[in-house]
Design a protein around this ligand. Structure first.
Ligand code: A2P
Length: 274
């Protein structure tokens, strides 16, 4: 599996499995994660909010894959920030997952007025060596600037909604200058928009015998982002994983980028309340 080098020297697999709503029951979550691991996924992304850390952790532990071959992320929810429970939330996530360290811990959404304070708490988790890397999620440029004013550790990633209808060019440029890797949630545009029906994707895919979803995932990789596609179905998980045997041309990347319409399927980060 290809990896990307984060700004603190830690390697992260270049594509991961998103697990938001990956199953309606604990069993469904468990089987979806087990099948992804069987296919070859080694990077799993969850969050406190998803309420599936227990099943995700069990699937990982039962897979028999050694912990150091895996990259596992979870995220801090805003209500724990408001309750001054950052360390407690982190320990609960570790316990739910059944691990003694995390590969990556993220601030899930910016919490107004608390950005710097939360980042300081994450820094202390990083210094405790229970998180190999720390980062942000859903932070706009102004949130990043505010959060990092007195930072002693740079975030390794900012995980944001990103797909060809929301191509995040400005944020990506900023992150690149700061050495922050951008991870894409809903990289396929979720099921709320008809992105995968765009004719240009099928047209480009026909050059490589790849599906529209594979073309979109390759676009993420080729612009330097780390996509986290979610699928509950093993055949789609496999399809989403088979994107490392072709590359898009600069012209194709440009044509896909031109689909942008700054369309968010999720919440605007300035409007998030806890
Ligand atoms: P499902 O879980 O039923 O496969 P995103 O990661 O952008 O939020 O997208 C996830 C949505 O896209 C889910 O509804 C998922 O449904 C669907 N999906 C995932 N992979 C594919 C694929 N290769 N082709 C079509 N739809 C997909």
């Amino acid at each position: 599996m290809e990896t990307i080098l984060l700004n603190n020297g830690v390697e992260m697999p270049s594509l991961g499995l998103g697990t938001y709503k990956i199953g309606r029951t604990d069993e469904e979550v468990y089987h979806a994660v087990r099948s992804a691991l069987d296919i070859g996924y080694r990077h799993i992304d969850t969050a406190t909010l998803y309420q599936n850390e227990h099943s995700v952790g069990k699937a990982i532990r039962d897979s028999g894959i050694t912990r150091d071959e895996l990259f596992v992320t979870t995220k801090l929810w805003g209500s724990d920030v408001l309750a001054h429970n950052v360390k407690g939330a982190f320990e609960t996530s570790l316990r739910n997952l059944g691990f003694d360290y995390l590969d990556l811990y993220l601030v899930h959404w910016p919490v107004k007025g608390r950005l710097q304070e939360v980042w300081k708490e994450l820094e202390s988790l990083y210094y405790s060596e229970k998180a190999r890397a720390i980062g942000l999620s859903n932070h706009l440029i102004h949130h990043m600037e505010e959060a990092l004013q007195n930072a002693t550790v740079a975030p390794v990633v900012n995980q944001v909604e990103q797909h060809p209808y929301l191509n995040q060019e400005e944020l990506r440029e900023y992150c690149e200058e700061e050495g922050v890797t951008v991870q894409s949630w809903s990289p396929l545009g979720s099921n709320k928009i008809p992105l995968l029906k765009e004719p240009v994707l099928a047209e480009i895919g026909s050059n490589y015998s790849k599906s529209p979803a594979q073309v979109v995932l390759r676009w993420h990789l080729d612009i330097g982002a780390v996509p986290l596609p979610k699928s509950s179905h093993p055949e789609r998980q496999r399809e989403n994983f088979e994107v490392f045997d072709f590359r898009l041309t600069a012209e194709e990347i440009g044509r896909i980028g031109a689909l942008n319409r700054d369309h968010r399927t999720g919440m605007h980060p300035d409007n998030m309340e806890f």
